[in-house]
Design a protein around this ligand. Structure first.
Ligand code: FAD
Length: 417
């Protein structure tokens, strides 16, 4: 095929998660044809929402942090109609739900909060110091700072074990989907900064509105679902019974699929979670706030009521309960969760109706080492993007997709053929 023929072909983007869609939108909006090939039945990858019994059920509890710089610039946040959680949290500790005020933006509130008997006055000053430091630390510097585990980072910063156990394990357990806090300190600094600068939100009509908004910026037919790619080269891809040629190939799959398709050695590690949804007539939390565990024992990591954040999540109260780890083998997970939550919220838990349980084994790439490599091109000339190359987050996926597209645009200006 001549280079002028190749130039009219679309870029082939494998995977319609946030990275693939962002890359496709950026290329399309700069005049390049794109074809997105997605193996599942819809767009969004790990950001999907189901409609069931009148409820919107996100496939795993997740939030959009409205301080994300790259995503915030690229998405139409107004159209997403972001609904905020209250800053702060309720922490389940010693038989009581205790309110912890906005630790990230107003550390001084800790002085009057229920953490008083646990976090020492020094812990509270340290939160203020950390906030001051990270608000001023540029993002690029965060990703270049020598790293350690988050637990070691917090200890080295001077936090007491009780502050780490009471607050950081529950809060960051829900973010990292692991509560040993072995995740890289770079991921900790990144998320702490985002919480200090903004709020945790849900799009009013569910998390999947984010990828749907991106897909709507592409021409009709640019995304084909039900297309699993099984082999690829720098300018062509194929699957069962189909074959596409393109101007270039961008692999925007999750880390495990990327490794398998590129025949790379070594398994990709994942942090897993399960999310259980219940409906009820009397919500356990009447406010848009997240309740966290503050004890090390127990299955439940966090609880929230999405309908208290946005009424469009359901006509009656919906409760979301997150458990860390791969729980597919846990016998009677639903009953185990109910039994635990009975102590948090009382016997009304027995009247909750179970709506759905999502087991998300491949939720977040394990980031014991945090690096930022948004643009990758293999020696064979295949571009690779996705959250495995950045941070396991909406911001990381979008950043990676956009930087990859920008790189391709630069290359095509340098060599228009
Ligand atoms: C339960 C959970 C909670 C989370 N919480 C948060 C949070 O609170 N805040 C936050 O910012 N982030 C959160 N995240 C992380 C965030 O959702 C991800 O980092 C991001 O969505 C990853 O996007 P991606 O495009 O890189 O990958 P993916 O979303 O995995 O997209 C990859 C796509 O490639 C497709 N694919 C794979 N193989 C093939 C193939 N062979 N052929 C064709 N298509 C293929 C997949 O079907 C998928 O659609 C959470 C994730 C989960 C699962």
């Amino acid at each position: 095929m001549s280079s002028s023929e190749t130039a009219t072909l679309p870029y082939l983007i494998i995977g319609a998660g946030l990275a693939g869609l962002s890359c496709a939108v950026r290329l399309h909006e700069n005049g390049f044809p794109v074809q997105v090939l997605e193996k599942s039945d819809g767009v969004g990858g790990r950001v999907r929402t189901d409609q069931k019994n009148g409820f919107l059920l996100d496939r795993g509890f997740q939030v959009y942090l409205d301080a994300y710089p790259e995503a915030g610039e690229f998405l139409d946040l107004e159209a997403l109609d972001l609904q905020p959680f209250e800053p702060g949290a309720l922490v389940w500790r010693k038989g009581k739900l205790r309110e912890v005020m906005d630790v990230f933006r107003h550390p001084s509130a800790l002085f009057s909060s229920a953490l008083q008997p646990i976090g020492s006055p020094i812990d509270k000053l340290l939160v203020a110091k950390l906030r001051f430091r990270l608000l001023r630390k540029p993002m690029e510097e965060i990703w270049a700072t020598p790293e350690q585990t988050t637990a070691d980072y917090l200890r080295d910063f001077g936090f007491s074990e009780s502050m780490i156990d009471l607050f950081f394990r529950g809060f960051y357990g829900g973010i990292f989907l692991e509560d040993l806090l072995v995740t890289s300190s770079r991921m900790f600094e990144f998320t702490f900064k985002m919480f200090a600068e903004g709020r945790a939100t849900l799009p009013a009509r569910g998390m999947q509105r984010i990828p749907e908004q991106l897909a709507a910026r592409l021409p009709k037919g640019a995304v084909e679902t039900g297309r699993e790619i099984t082999s690829l080269e720098s300018r062509q891809v194929s699957g069962n019974g189909f074959h596409h040629s393109g101007r270039g190939v961008i692999l925007a799959t999750d880390g495990s699929s990327t490794s398998a398709l590129l025949d790379r050695d070594g398994s990709v590690r994942w942090n897993s979670t399960a999310c259980l949804y219940f409906s009820t007539d009397s919500p356990p939390l009447a406010r848009p706030i997240i309740a966290l565990k503050g004890d090390r024992e127990g299955l439940v990591n966090n609880v929230s009521v999405p309908t208290a954040v946005s009424s469009q999540y359901g006509d009656k109260p919906l409760v979301s309960v997150s458990v860390l780890g791969d729980q597919r083998e846990t016998p009677d997970l639903e009953e185990a969760v109910r039994a635990e939550l009975r102590s948090w919220f009382g016997p009304s838990v027995d009247h909750w109706t179970h709506e759905e349980t999502y087991h998300v084994r491949k939720a977040l790439p394990t980031k014991t080492s945090g690096h930022l490599k948004p643009v990758e091109k293999t020696p064979e000339g295949i571009y690779v993007c996705g959250d495995a190359n950045t941070s396991g987050s909406i911001e990381g996926a979008i950043l990676s997709g956009l930087r990859t597209a920008d790189h391709i645009l630069e290359e095509s200006h340098a060599d228009p053929g």
